[in-house]
Write a protein that binds this ligand. Structure first.
Ligand SMILES: Cc1cc2nc3c(=O)[nH]c(=O)nc-3n(C[C@H](O)[C@H](O)[C@H](O)COP(=O)(O)OP(=O)(O)OC[C@H]3O[C@@H](n4cnc5c(N)ncnc54)[C@H](O)[C@@H]3O)c2cc1C
Length: 376
């Protein structure tokens, strides 16, 4: 595609910053519009598997990532009652060679600070909440809540699960509450008072599960996310404060090793979990979607962020390679839909690493060099 094509990316999340970083390296002047006034260190962690971290290495930010987070040594699945190990996977130099990348746990705020370095200075317009897209004949006008507007030839909607760009493309439709909520807490590891925990453990109950992991290489900050059923969610807020007592009540009866962690948690909040029905239409006209904007998924496989990063990589390759937007979209969607569909399905099943699991197809994939799939 002509490098003079004006590309607007809406949303400076994982996918938006990755696609902008690659497009800028390919010679496009991509601008990112982000609703938030700045990146903040909100209370949550994220796991990035090798299929995502190998991409970020290509954007030159791997050393910063390793500095910000922790290269986890292992991921262990344990039974809620007996504590028996159901599955474990160990990450070392050999696994990095095999998967082609590191396995990283990191605080989301720290990850964003790192990803910001992957794009050209000054190319993120903060405090720009998109409220409308208007066809001008020769392009698209992006209208922002702050009273400004901008023109582009092509708009990439990387604006997450409540995507405004998606609303314009496919019509407004609310995300679906999946009748589950997540307790989240972050606390200093010194509160464990010497009690040793692995870098990452997933505790598997019958209808609920809980992840505990370190977020820094100093192993001084612990993240807990415990997912439990909840019939409804009435609040408008993205999260509401909760308490250690509520968290412990929801995981009462779980193994003593977990209780030892839960009893020192602080700053517990509850977040509703949403997804959407699978929809394989991600583009039309001058608009194309990526990441949660087109396929938000339940967070049980820790794969949604990785899918956004993979989408961004494949989309940037298609934009650099093909001239016509229709060709770009067809190659991009055909390359992505099947893999994303598999991750969505496994996320709904909540089966990833519950027991013996083939992880190679997920971790070894390299979207920077994987063949693009020819459309039918
Ligand atoms: C509880 C939980 C735990 C998770 N854990 C993991 C994990 O461990 N590993 C993993 O890979 N994934 C995980 N995920 C999924 C992951 O967070 C998402 O899939 C990922 O963030 C999607 O990236 P994105 O770039 O598509 O969207 P986002 O990261 O959501 O970014 C969207 C951006 O767009 C901005 N925006 C939104 N609307 C507008 C607008 N109108 N105008 C301008 N800007 C706008 C937002 O402010 C935001 O910066 C988890 C999800 C949840 C809910």
């Amino acid at each position: 595609m002509n490098r003079k094509t004006r590309i607007a990316v809406v949303g400076a999340g994982l996918g938006g910053l990755t696609v902008a970083g690659f497009l800028q390296r390919a010679g496009f002047a991509a601008t990112v519009y982000e609703q938030a006034p700045t990146f903040s260190r909100i209370g949550a962690g994220i796991i990035l598997s090798a299929n995502a971290t190998k991409v970020l290495r290509r954007l030159g930010v791997e050393p910063d990532l390793i500095e910000a987070g922790i290269k986890a040594e292992c991921y262990i699945s344990r039974a809620w009652d007996t504590g028996a190990t159901q599955y474990d996977i160990w990450f070392d130099a050999e696994s990095e060679r095999r998967f082609g990348g590191i396995y990283l746990n990191v605080h989301r705020g720290d990850l964003h600070a790192v990803l910001e370095k992957a794009v050209a200075p000054g190319s993120i317009a903060f405090d720009h909440r998109l409220i409308d897209l208007q066809d001008t004949g020769g392009g698209v006008r992006l209208v922002f809540e702050n009273g400004t507007s901008a023109e582009a030839d092509l708009v990439i909607g990387a604006d997450g699960i409540r995507s405004k760009v998606r609303d314009v493309l496919l019509g407004p439709e609310l995300p679906r509450f999946v009748s589950m909520v997540a307790h989240r807490a972050i606390f200093p590891a010194r509160r464990l008072d010497g009690f040793k925990i692995p870098d990452c453990t997933k505790w598997w109950g019958r209808d609920r599960h809980l992840l505990v992991y370190f977020m820094t290489s100093r192993r001084d900050e612990v993240y807990v996310i415990g997912v439990v059923p909840r019939r409804s969610w009435e609040q408008d807020a993205a999260s509401v404060p909760s308490s250690r007592a509520e968290l412990m009540e929801d995981f009462a009866g779980f193994h003593a090793d977990l209780q030892r962690v839960l009893e020192v948690t602080t700053h517990v909040s509850i977040w509703p979990i949403f997804d959407r029905e699978r929809c394989d239409r991600w583009s039309g006209g001058r608009i194309v979607l990526l990441g949660d904007a087109c396929h938000p998924m339940r967070p049980y496989m820790a794969g949604g962020g990785a899918m956004a990063i993979e989408d961004a990589t494949i989309l940037s390759r298609c934009l650099a390679q093909f001239d016509e937007p229709s060709d770009v979209y067809r190659w991009y969607e055909t390359t992505r839909v099947e893999r994303v569909g598999a991750v969505q399905r496994i996320s709904i099943e909540n089966s990833w690493m519950r027991g013996p699991t083939d992880t190679d197809w997920f971790y070894c994939y390299d979207p920077c060099v994987a063949p693009l799939t020819r459309p039918a």
